[in-house]
Design a protein around this ligand. Sequence first.
Ligand code: ATP
Ligand code: MN
Length: 451
Amino acid sequence: MKQRIRKILNDPPVGTTLTIHGWLRTRRDTGGFSFLEVGDGSSLATLQVIADASLPNYDSEIKNLGTGAALEVTGELKESPARGQAVELHAAAVTIVGGSPPDYPLQKKRHSFEFLRQLSHLRPRTNALGAVSRVRSHLAHAVHTFFQERDFLLLHTPIITTSDCEGAGEMFQVRTGHEKGEQGHFFGHPAGLTVSGQLQAEVYALALGDVYTFGPAFRAENSNTSRHLAEFWMVEPEMAFCDLAGCIEVGRDLLKYLIADVLEHCPEDLQLFNSFIAKGLLEKLTAVVEKDFVQLSYTEAIEHLQSSGRKFDCPVRWGIDMQSEHERWLCEELFNCPLIITDYPAALKPFYMRMNADNTTVAAMDILVPGIGEIVGGSQREERLELLEKRMTAAGLSLSEYDWYLDLRRYGSVPHAGFGLGFERLVQFVTGMGNIRETIAFPRTPGSAPC
Ligand code: ATP
Ligand code: MN
């Protein structure tokens, strides 16, 4: 019977004969025996295979097996006398499915993540990147479970878009290369890759209630930071009959749910990160689940920064777009927990965010987490037609192009709200990875798009 190693180790069927498929991590020979550590990607832990000289291909093949070779092994699972492992597989047959010569680039020694980025096609075979992939997959599943359990409808918003909303300048253009003037646009209109599914999600929220999208977003900004990608995935719920407080509640509950879920289901992978990538990670994640988030307004945040006695590179005054140095000080030094910052100056935020009664701030909320900064950005949307038109005109947008968006305010408009959670930033927070480029399989950044 063919089995995954994770299953075997979790509930070892000692005494049975089974077959595994995986790749050789290390080989050690002692007189007449070889110990083969085989991993199949289902777990961090490998299964130890014992192959002895009675196997017909022992001298010709097994004794010379290189790291990375693909194997099929059939044998009996026995309790192991060795310390640190419960079981081992006594091979009755070892088939070399695909050999791996000595120039295999991932020999045993540890490699830097920078080096591994040049090997995007091989790096998922390393412990750390394998663990990230499993955690990421698990988190994606948990995102869907969270929303489906709460009766949100999954909406697939378009990847090619003709509405550039906030995206002016940040949008990748989509072209055929055969256009002849304005008339020649494939879609009859300039098009680009979406920067967010929000506007389309609003359409469906105002028809079906609570919806969410979970898909790729693209930003053509030239940010070479450890927290930005040109292609990333976003989780975007949009809720009808919902105000800012309701939106904050969903955002906070979602983060707590996702982190509790990986703590429960991925303990082995998280332990690896805790030991080798980010000391104290487990404690930090547990605190996010158990402790309250601190909520404060932008104005209060500015006051804290001003009375901090700190000298920031970017001087603090009301109205500034808080930089990562400010966010980090608030989040990591002052409060040391996730922060929900609300009511930003309207001038800093997009046209669709709802104007507050003070006529200067909007009903926005960002959630910041230690080590990352902004992980969630959201708001209550402007549902009042006149005010929305005013903001759009001020932002230089053409009202006629957004007639469909304005229709949502003409017919059956309701208070509604939503946010975007950056999925890679979430993976980065959960794994403690220093750079976002390790949280997605094939990172796209300025100057680099491997595979
Ligand atoms: P930042 O100020 O950090 O560049 P933003 O305010 O431009 O982010 P939003 O438009 O609010 O981002 O997008 C919602 C969420 O998507 C952000 O909170 C973040 O988690 C994520 N996100 C935004 N831009 C990127 C990017 N370039 N790479 C990865 N994640 C991103
Ligand atoms: Mn934002």
